[in-house]
Design a protein around this ligand. Structure first.
Ligand code: FMN
Ligand code: ATP
Length: 183
């Protein structure tokens, strides 16, 4: 896997998935796997565009679930071709949605894959609807736990605060993580 910062990568085609991906939980894993299948089908590289630190850690001081090194290793073991780690600071957060789209255009994406609630750009003005005006954009189905609740980094943080480690681990799919680490 090759790692880049924001505005450093140009490609002639790619499948791109974007998100904070803190925890790399079951929902994230399935989204990335879907993007990977599409990349194989198109015969182009898979690009994960993510942020360091995750925006909620930066803005809301939320607990960081997956440190950068671990996230990098996890994505490498998922056989992602390129990861862009945008340094998320005040300057970056002030970039407009349009500027972010300009950066994505440099990857010449065949398809962009995001979750249903994806937002981007200054004040979260960018939406999947806006992405769709520029790229073939797919919103991935919502991945839920056995109880039918959406799996999210926020929910995992809450479970950890309540010492519900076993359920948190289940949502994080830590067996897969351990397996990947052991590779
Ligand atoms: C260029 C750019 C600017 C952003 N600026 C803000 C911001 O001003 N406020 C905010 O809460 N989030 C901001 N974000 C973070 C997004 O709202 C969102 O967290 C990020 O795109 C990851 O999506 P996800 O949280 O669905 O994983 C920005 C994201 C990008 C790409
Ligand atoms: N359970 C899920 N099912 C499908 N897509 C998801 C799921 N969770 C996250 N995604 C998608 O994965 C990408 C990264 O999401 P993000 O890192 O914001 O995850 P999150 O778990 O929703 O985080 P948070 O709880 O902090 O908002 C986004 O495009 C998001 O829409």
């Amino acid at each position: 896997m090759k790692v880049y910062g924001e505005n450093e990568l140009d490609l002639d085609g790619a499948i791109v998935t974007i998100g904070a991906f803190d925890g790399l939980h079951r929902g994230h894993q399935q989204l990335i796997q879907k993007a990977q299948q599409r990349a194989e089908l198109w015969g182009v590289p898979l690009v994960v565009y993510t942020f360091d630190p995750p925006p909620k850690v930066f803005f809301q001081n939320k607990q960081l679930l997956t440190p950068l090194e671990e996230k990098c290793q996890f994505l490498r073991n998922m056989q992602v071709d390129y990861t862009i780690f945008a340094r998320f600071d005040e300057k970056y957060a002030a970039r407009s949605a349009e500027k972010f789209i300009e950066e994505l255009q440099r990857l010449r994406p065949m398809e962009v894959w995001v979750g249903d609630d994806f937002k981007f750009g200054k004040d979260q003005r960018g939406t999947a609807h806006m992405l769709r005006e520029h790229f073939c954009t797919h919103e991935f189905e919502e991945i839920t736990c056995r109880a039918g609740l959406r799996i999210s980094s926020s929910r995992i943080r809450e479970l950890l605060e309540k010492n519900q480690q076993a359920l948190a681990n289940d949502l994080l799919n830590r067996e897969a993580v351990a397996m990947i680490r052991g590779k």
